[in-house]
Write a new protein. Structure first.
Length: 202
């Protein structure tokens, strides 16, 4: 999305930063709880398929469609392989097709995977929380308030009653300039808040 901004930017809005994430595979994610569970899930799927094949195919007299019974474990095997490491490879593939952009009013996440294009626009004024994670490359996590009906988080109020707040989280993952992007977004948050205060006091 290095050009062709017409129709995406508001009047007076301009691009402050644009870049791509590090496309490398995060091998350390292979040691995550999800990957370790994937090893167990894959092993169990292979054991089940092997046992079913020995029982059905070993006799040589399985009736009709029952000869396909061992293959019913194939979807579970694929799920296990994805959990074991396929998700890490897929995440790297998505990063290769991703461009992040920060403007004076919005954050854009654009992807072109070959199967289709997506563009997510995040209004900086709607950001409720922002955090910088990791080193270099690092990740900028953004939380945005959204209508009820999505994932909610309970917030305790001063009266102890609490209330439900709905939010959506975005991750600008593995940025070589994560600290700079974080500062740019924070600066624009302050600038927009000051502008809104001036308009409200006018």
């Amino acid at each position: 999305m290095s050009g062709g901004w017409d129709g995406f930017l508001d009047e007076g809005e301009h691009v402050l930063w644009q870049g791509r994430p590090d496309p490398g595979i995060e091998w350390r994610q292979m040691l995550s709880p999800t990957s370790l569970f994937g090893v167990v899930f894959t092993a169990f799927s292979l054991f089940w398929m092997g046992a079913a094949a020995a029982m059905i195919w070993g006799t040589g007299d399985a009736p009709g469609i029952f000869v396909l019974f061992p293959l019913f474990g194939l979807p579970f095997l694929l799920i296990g392989l994805f959990m074991m490491g396929g998700n890490v490879v897929w995440a790297a593939y998505l990063r290769r097709s991703t461009i992040y952009s920060v403007t004076t009013r919005q954050v854009f996440i654009a992807r072109d995977t070959g199967a289709g294009r997506t563009l997510e626009a995040i209004r900086i004024a709607n950001i409720t929380d922002i955090a910088l994670e990791g080193g270099d490359p690092g990740t900028v996590r953004i939380d945005v308030a959204r209508p009820l009906g999505f994932r909610t988080e309970k917030i305790d109020g001063p009266d102890g009653m609490g209330m439900a707040r709905s939010k959506r989280s975005f991750r600008l993952a593995r940025l070589p300039e994560a600290a700079r992007v974080f500062s740019l977004i924070r600066d624009q948050q302050r600038a927009l808040a000051e502008a809104a205060a001036r308009e409200g006091g006018a």
